[in-house]
Design a protein around this ligand. Sequence first.
Ligand code: AGP
Length: 613
Amino acid sequence: MCGIVGYIGPRDATPIILNGLQRLEYRGYDSAGLAVIKDGQIEVRRDAGKLSRLTALVNGSPISGHIGIGHTRWATHGQPNATNAHPHMGMTGEVVIVHNGIVENYLELKEELLAEGAVFKSETDTETIVHLIERYLSSETDLAEASRRALNHLKGAHAVVVMSTREPDKIIAARIGHSGGVAVGFGKGEMFLASDIPAILEHTREVAFLESHQMAILTREGVRVQTLDGQPVAYEIHKIAWDPVSAEKGEFRHFMQKEIHEQGRALTDTIGGRADFERGTIHLPELNLTSDLARQIERIYITACGTASYAAMVGKILIERIARIPAEVVIASEFRYADPIVDTHTAVLAISQSGETADTLAAMDEGKKRGATLWSIVNAIGSQAMRIADGYIPMLTGPEIGVASTKAYTAPLVDQYMLAILLADLRGTLDAKTRRKLVNDIRLIPDLAGQVLEREAQYEEVARTLMNVSHCLYLGRGINMPTAYEGALKLKEISYIHAEGYPAGEMKHGPIALIDRDMPVVVIATRDQWYEKMISQIEQAKARGGPVIVVANDGDQTIAPLADHVLWVPETPWMLSPVTNVIPLQILAYHIAALRGLDVDQPRNLAKSVTVE
Ligand code: AGP
């Protein structure tokens, strides 16, 4: 989950790299650094802390050059300090690298290198890589070959970028496994590298992506891509539709706030062109789903991490209810060890905003290895989860920069709703009237989401009453049980308040002992088949003195007198209610964190894309 940027061309690399790193800070922000080559020398600037400290360092002690690499770090090995910050040099002063991933065999390699006389300056596993490259670099072995040989020693997943004063007209980039993408950007007489495309969007929208065990050799004129055995491979240039502006905050205080408010537009985009409201049909062309395949599927595993796994829990209900196909949610970090029952009648559906989450990619590999049909619902264009699937559904929300997922939660809810309809339609198990009704309900969603977003000020008032609490319970039932889990995750990951989502029906089996006046309870109680049960849930919480905040439908006069605060939402068809019901909880968490003066977009210890297991 580190961020990497590289540049080679006629312009000064330093500002291009710093600007690119700023767009990647959400990937990790323990420390940052950059290196350029000028007049045959490698110059490095690096520091612990946020990118602003590196920028100040560079302003105080400028460096410039026409070739450079930069890095923002999410520490895995070694304290987040200047010594462990990337880039890392070896002993000759001729080679410098940045790295994303974990060298799983670094202790063994370090011992071997120490025995050869290598001197280590940092506590990082990364440093073993640069010493290995120096071991092989010689007058007979060029930088690409030396890098290949070094990388063949490594265990684990990696993205590595290398420069050397011996060949100052080249940047080498390589990818092993799933750790963090490597995107190659094509300019005019200049080339770019990035771990994520927002870093280079303002310079180019023509991007190629390295696959695992591939190496790119960049010069100003272009790129050669090879396997790690040195065999040339073809690559595809993708045209990225995202515009640079969409990766900016605009008038919002934080990316998260902007992205919460983008959900009306994002849902319009994710629905657009796929729901045919005239015919009442669904079209998901990238899924490559035929009637034969749809009829062949007897079981679906939905696998994901974090917020995406809660979206998967909603998807399970939708697929089973609409398509009548057994669906099971298995969180990705468990899937590969679960010895799942998979065969050619199984589909494995992965959900991932970044498309680079190592656990989710490992689960996809496991499903494919066992013969499953592999689908993914992904936001990041060209990401691994998009490319290794047999078919995919792009979320089309535009870049999500805030670490806390918002639009990348609501979009897959609608994507899975459309998938369920398409599956049922292709299997012939959905009559036309029902299908039309289900499809037309989707038409309501962007406007309903917009109505909820207009109520931000009301939700902010409720946030003020909760900004100093230490604990919070979120309760939901049925299709809104995952809404409770997601609401709790939003609160804990950006406000650092301990919050727990819980199945409402389970409270009486123990957790209700937790409720007292210091334990606020957020209850999702919009009108659906579980509504009556939720009323009694609210009364049980009230009876124990807990402050109760309820997500309720407009005009609900049963709930109004029972709740301490109500987060009002418009009536929504129950299968799509998780979309409208989660938005007040996103806004509540956002304002509590903002009121607590916390770094909403870059919460401590987190990174946007967890590309290590
Ligand atoms: C959610 O707010 C968190 N950022 C985290 O749980 C995230 O959803 C999870 O890491 C999965 O990320 P992905 O969707 O990119 O795979």
